[in-house]
Write a protein that binds this ligand. Sequence first.
Ligand SMILES: C[S@@+](CC[C@H](N)C(=O)[O-])C[C@H]1O[C@@H](n2cnc3c(N)ncnc32)[C@H](O)[C@@H]1O
Length: 245
Amino acid sequence: MMSCWRRASRPIRGVRATRLLSGPFGLLVLLLVCPTWAVFAEQNVNPGINHNYVDPDVSQWRGVFERDGREVWDRRDDIIRELRLRPGQRVADVGAGTGFFTLMMARAVGSSGHVYAVDIARNFVNSVVGRARDDGLGNVSGVVNDQRGVGLPVGSVDLVFVSDTYHHFEYPRSMLASIHAALVPGGELVVIDFRREPGRSNPWVMRHVRAGEAEVTAEIEAAGFALREHPEFMQGQYFLRFVRN
Ligand SMILES: C[S@@+](CC[C@H](N)C(=O)[O-])C[C@H]1O[C@@H](n2cnc3c(N)ncnc32)[C@H](O)[C@@H]1O
């Protein structure tokens, strides 16, 4: 906040901005500008982690994501049950990948609800939308986003679901601010990711996953969410449900 104030204090056409920014007007400007500036000043926390998703071969990735032995695939019915989706809800599957969760969620929220399949990879998004159409689901839209935001309108969703994707966020603060804005007040964010415990997690997790559950929880809480539930039903992964403050 202080460095932001110092930047704002440079002279503007002979008038010190501090004079312009003093009083209630200045406070309003700073409150609006500083968080935005902080989000854009964020460093990439994991450069290169998404290189496999620049132009993914969807059928190849279906073999990776939709295979027995992958915990979120094996436990997909339990995960959907745990989400407690209701007809009419609007949900965003952020990092939808090949979209099996999108399709399951679309069935759960019914024709009065809607599911946005959000992914940085256009091939994935097009494929999910095509699968939904083939399955007769008219309540799925695709969104190709970028690393800084979900690309959804303000207050447009009741639930954001992030499976095995939080550790792929290159700018987690920006993504969380965007998710926060896309949710209605009281909306929920569910994050499933890998347990990362030195000495217990396998070397691939230790290398590939940037942060463990405690750090992820702290990052999400700092972005304006409160941890609501933490059901323990998976082995190598955790399931966290947050509510948007
Ligand atoms: C490991 S896959 C998980 C896919 C799916 N959620 C699942 O559990 O099968 C990670 C996905 O996140 C996407 N991704 C990475 N960073 C993203 C971001 N900032 N926003 C949206 N999608 C992202 C990748 O393109 C990829 O499809």
